[in-house]
Write a protein that binds this ligand. Sequence first.
Ligand code: CMP
Length: 140
Amino acid sequence: MTIQRTFSILKPDATARNITGKINAKIEHAGLKIVAQKKLMLTLEQAQGFYAVHKERAFFNDLCSFMISGPVVVQVLEGENAVEKYRTLMGSTNPTNAEEGTIRKEFAESIEANTVHGSDSLENAAIEISYFFSSLEIVG
Ligand code: CMP
């Protein structure tokens, strides 16, 4: 096992319901350390750039509109096997399929308003972290 960093977003449905603390408690309970965190309103351009890999998908425009509908919290999480650990903690993208005890099972409202995003690989984690944070903002 190696110490990794992964990128996380607490989405607008999480900030709207004031449950970011509850989600952070789950993250910390799982052994992941929040080494950077900030709350911001994404611009449409930032949302489109972040999700550019999905730009041909039918849900792309709705996804970007949702992501700018309210504040988000962007985070860097650090810990052993952090990428996989956080994906397991989040649960399936579609909350209908999410396992008991996962963030999405407990909190997600729909496949779009699914409360959290987490990087799907170590390579994408590095890309996503650098999209939002400079190295000076990450304090391990
Ligand atoms: P996320 O992990 O942020 O990555 C892309 C997002 O697109 C995903 O979570 C979902 O919230 C959203 N999305 C909306 N519709 C779909 C869909 N049909 N399949 C996959 N992702 C979807």
